[in-house]
Ligand binder design. Structure first.
Ligand code: BDR
Ligand code: CA
Length: 324
């Protein structure tokens, strides 16, 4: 069977890390590259977190450094809002990985930056590349701006975790990844490249059960051990501080690319609110045409099958055991 060729763009990040472990252990996936972006933490954390993680789990994939800042916004200000919303609980810990310290990778980053790695891979895959973005969309937008040919069929699809048809998790109307870089989200959505939005409408329902976490604890591969430590960090944060639970925001975006039936979508028009005084970062989803005559540009995930997600993740983690 032909493998799905994917590039992951991540701000690793606790739940990003779990998604990366699963991506590296999905049998019908060819993980071509991982590009890194600032978001959950500064790039000086998210980039090495990603490289160290991939090597620790025995994955030799190319890892590139990407954008240190969003197109227009100031990350520290956005992260302060997250902490306010979460009652000053640092959602991803001091280093972005829930405090988990991984051994330092023996090799370095891929010599091309994220933008040029995206372009290189898109060309190499001849229109078959699927990008899964689990952080602010800065790198993808910068790649589209620098290499406009990417819009001409070089990318099969962009599946991103971000936005919400209704509500938000960082402000009342904005999800974190979109609040960090609404301008980037706008560029991606307007590019004409097929998009799938895996937003809070589904990811806030994608809560991994305690029973699943307990099962993961019994596994012994490096990948499973990292996932287990992250899940324990999430559970502790939830149980002792009332923080966000074991939500697989980013794992669900990966799953939606690999097993699309895990979510049910509607094809709708989506754009980012970049200018609103109170609403910047909001993902506008046109469920009707009352504000204009909208042409749909995105598959918006509205329902999720959490059991299917858990089964998929479990299969990946079991497979990681072969690498012990
Ligand atoms: C998103 O923000 C980050 O905290 C998570 O990694 C996820 O990508 C959820 O809003
Ligand atoms: Ca993320």
């Amino acid at each position: 069977m032909k493998k799905l060729r994917i590039l992951m763009d991540c701000d690793t990040g606790t739940d990003d890390a779990i998604a990366l472990v699963c991506a590296a252990n999905t049998p019908n996936v060819e993980l071509r590259a991982v590009t890194t972006v600032a978001g959950n933490a500064d790039l000086c954390f998210t980039a090495p977190n990603t490289l160290n993680l991939m090597r620790y789990i025995g994955c030799p994939v190319k890892v590139s450094k990407g954008a240190e800042t969003p197109i227009k916004r100031v990350l520290s200000e956005i992260r302060e809002k997250v902490d306010e919303e979460a009652g000053q609980i640092d959602t991803h810990g001091d280093n972005g990985l829930g405090g988990i310290v991984l051994p330092e990778a023996k090799d370095g980053f891929y010599p091309l930056d994220a933008v040029d790695t995206i372009y290189e891979e898109a060309k190499a895959c001849g229109g078959e590349l699927v990008i899964i973005a689990t952080g602010p969309l800065t790198n993808i937008a910068n790649a589209i701006t620098k290499h406009p040919e990417l819009k001409d069929g070089l990318i099969k699809k962009i599946v991103f975790m971000g936005g919400a048809a209704k509500g938000g998790n960082t402000t009342a109307v904005a999800e974190f990844n979109w609040l960090c870089d609404p301008e980037a989200a706008h560029i991606v959505l307007m590019s004409g490249i097929p998009c799938v939005m895996v937003g809070l409408d589904v990811t806030e329902k994608a809560e991994i059960s305690d029973e699943f976490c307990d099962r993961v604890r019994t596994l012994r591969s490096n990948g499973a051990k990292v996932c287990s430590e992250i899940l324990e960090f999430m559970r502790a944060r939830r149980d002792t501080h009332g923080g966000e639970s074991t939500l697989m925001h980013d794992g669900l975006a990966l799953a939606a690319a690999v097993i699309p039936d895990v979510v049910s979508c509607r094809h709708l028009f989506v754009d980012a609110e970049c200018d609103g005084k109170y609403t910047f970062g909001h993902s506008f989803v046109a469920f009707d045409n009352r504000l204009g005559d909208f042409t749909p540009n995105c598959d918006v995930a509205l329902e999720v099958n959490v059991k299917m997600l858990e089964e998929y993740m479990w299969d990946c983690l079991i497979r990681s055991e072969e690498k012990r």
